[in-house]
Write a protein that binds this ligand. Sequence first.
Ligand SMILES: [Zn+2]
Length: 236
Amino acid sequence: MDFLEKLIECQRVENEINQIENELRGSQVRKKLLHARNYIINAQNNYKQMETDVVELHAALEELTHRYEANRARAETESVHYAAADEESDLADVQDMEREAQEIAGGQARNEQELQALIKRLATIDQEMKKMAANLPRARQDYAKMKTIYDKELSAVMARTEPLKKELESVQATLPETLLARYKQARQHANNPIVPLENDRCSGCHMEIASAGLTRLKNQGIAECENCGRLVYVKE
Ligand SMILES: [Zn+2]
């Protein structure tokens, strides 16, 4: 086998390995496995976020309760003053007291609304957390089941690709380093880095090879396509 045949062999074997590995990459089991994994990660993150939210909401609830109590105490004091007012009292003072009583009552109504909203939000979060905690064990079981199936698929793939990888290595070991390096470089851009010359064109990108390139190609039997970087060879 000459170098060209070996390069073509490398390409054939590598493409076969890729095809087998791509089958696994696109398999339904792998998709389901990734889906199950993402679900678990999301649920765990949401759960953590909810735990933080609950702590914050409880602090807000405590603060609001204090405000509520303080406001009620203030309302009581005001009502004692108001009750003590009689015809001797200044009319302006009494009006002030009435205004203040209204203001306190308004503030208290807002406090109450806020309290209700907070309590409702906490209850919702609590429900969501319970639902998540109930769903997670099943999601983990599903994931474990899928993982077992996937691992089997993976071993089957490895059983098929391992001999091919050994074959590839042994062919590559017999190639000159510079040629192998050029092949590997070309392979980064194309799955078929070794292509035949067809009607003076690179059959990878279909661009015509310039006459200088053609001369070099015909002398060496192989040359790089200036357009796509593939290695073009002359078919015997
Ligand atoms: Zn080309």
